[in-house]
Ligand binder design. Structure first.
Ligand code: SF4
Ligand code: SF4
Length: 452
């Protein structure tokens, strides 16, 4: 018996002790990371495949051994044992160190890719196989990103295997990342077609509705470029409102998008770090809608300039688009959005910066059938729902009042419902009428209470 099994405390300050198989998994993972570090420093690497297989292979195998043993050795059901006591998931020094490592990686990736040259060359054989051309920093990044989502997606499936919603949702995330955001763009390049991501739409992939990109796609020989323009316009402007009307923003933010996908898989251990304060909610509303207004404005200016032959705004609109790409597209969504996972939680970008989330949020709040219903009489105020809401929503506040949750920021991940021990919360699509009203039942010593 492990020493910590002897306590009957609900909250065990020591957390779980590692077993032999888990330690073996971590040792293999560490060996893979060590091999990757060596590969980074090797000059004239003549065996890129070997380094690729050894480093990626050991990391993958070690992580899988650890994950499978950790989650299959205990019965189904959410176990977040010791999450507030582990330094890595409770903003201790290890979390800051990890945050710095990820942030530095992003800075090097975006602006100093030369330092990653050996890792990029290590991906050459795979890139040749998939795209018929040598790797670059974005192929390296896409490979890291996709492997992270696949492996950590398997972890999420095992961890939440008692919940069909979480299993199907996580499988969808893996499918869209692997297929639509990695293999299909690679295949397009293999066939000498423009690189295109069918799972990203304007305003998240902001340049997809910029005049230059549209003109360039339309000038492609064959009909594929025309189809891409048609796809991006229809998905951004027609399908998005329709799907959001029926399903809320979850159809995109929690089932398709790679940013949300990474947050819900690789970032699962950090979701409890989101700030639940009213102040954070206020900041969130200001920043996320400002970014949306900015990108709508820039897109409009670019089109006006394009129609006028560049006489109206000159280089101003292009300069604005470039600045947006640097500050929002690179610094905010990449460096801060992922680098700050261990400190601010996993949806920093989705919550404070993503214009797609803002656009979907407005639709969800005012033109959607989606809501989370709460059976207030069952709530024991444990607070699990609020703790694990990655979007910083104080779910318990609504549950205690038996009030439906109709919040623009809710991404419909369903985790509040999954971790609720009393089955209080339900993600539902129903008639729009009356969805913002309070539920009828709240029990008190004086009998049922009907909120006005
Ligand atoms: S309220 Fe629930 S479904 Fe919505 S984002 Fe928070 S945890 Fe996910
Ligand atoms: S997790 Fe369930 S029981 Fe606990 S506070 Fe939230 S709604 Fe209430």
């Amino acid at each position: 018996m492990r020493p910590t099994d002897q306590t009957i405390a609900l909250s065990n300050p020591d957390g779980a002790q590692l077993g032999t198989i888990q330690k073996a998994g971590l040792a293999i993972l560490a060996a893979g990371l060590f091999a990757a570090l060596i590969a980074l420093g090797v000059r004239e690497n003549s065996q890129p495949w070997l380094f690729f297989i050894v480093s990626f292979g050991l990391v993958t195998v070690g992580t899988l051994i650890f994950i499978i043993n950790t989650f299959l050795s205990q019965p189904p059901g959410v176990k977040n044992n010791g999450i507030w006591f582990k330094p890595i998931s409770s903003r201790k020094n290890a979390a800051y160190l990890l945050g710095i490592i990820i942030t530095v990686f992003y800075i090097v990736l975006y602006w100093f890719p030369g330092y990653l040259e050996n890792w990029i060359r290590m991906c050459d054989p795979l890139s040749q196989l998939l795209r018929s051309k040598p790797a670059d920093q974005w192929f390296l990044y896409g490979t890291f990103y996709t492997i992270s989502i696949v492996i950590m997606g398997l972890r999420a499936i095992l961890k939440y295997r008692h919940s069909p919603y979480q299993i199907i949702r996580t499988s969808s995330i893996i499918f869209f990342q692997l297929g639509f955001a990695y293999l299909i763009p690679a295949l397009l390049q293999f066939l000498n077609q423009p690189e295109f991501y069918f799972s990203y739409f304007w305003p998240l992939k902001y340049n997809y509705l910029f005049p230059n990109d549209i003109h360039s796609l339309l000038s492609q020989p064959g009909g594929l470029g025309v189809f891409m323009v048609f796809w991006t316009a229809v998905m951004s402007l027609i399908a998005t409102p329709i799907l959001t009307y029926f399903f809320g923003k979850r159809w995109y933010c929690s089932w398709v998008c790679g940013c949300g996908g990474l947050a819900n898989t690789a970032g699962d251990s950090f979701r409890q770090l989101s700030d639940k304060s009213l102040r954070a909610w206020k900041i969130e509303r200001r920043t996320v809608y400002s970014v949306l207004v900015l990108i709508v404005l820039i897109t409009a200016l670019l089109w006006i300039n394009s129609f006028s032959g560049g006489t109206v705004f000159g280089s101003l609109s292009t300069g604005l688009a470039k600045s947006y790409g640097f500050f929002i597209g690179a610094i905010f969504s990449g460096v801060i959005g992922v680098g700050f996972y261990p400190i601010m939680g996993t949806r920093v970008w989705c919550r404070f910066g993503c214009p797609m989330a803002a656009y979907l949020g407005i639709l969800q709040k005012y033109f959607s059938r989606f809501r989370i219903t709460t059976n207030g009489g069952q709530c024991i105020s444990c607070g699990n729902c609020s703790t694990y809401c990655e979007m910083g929503i104080d779910v318990r506040w609504y549950a205690q009042r038996g009030q439906n949750i109709v919040r623009a920021s809710c991404v419909g991940c369903g985790m509040c419902s999954t971790v609720c021990p009393r089955g209080v919360l339900n993600l539902e699509n129903g008639p729009m009428h009356g969805r913002m009203e309070n539920g009828p039942i709240q029990l008190s010593e004086k009998g049922p209470y009907i909120p006005s």
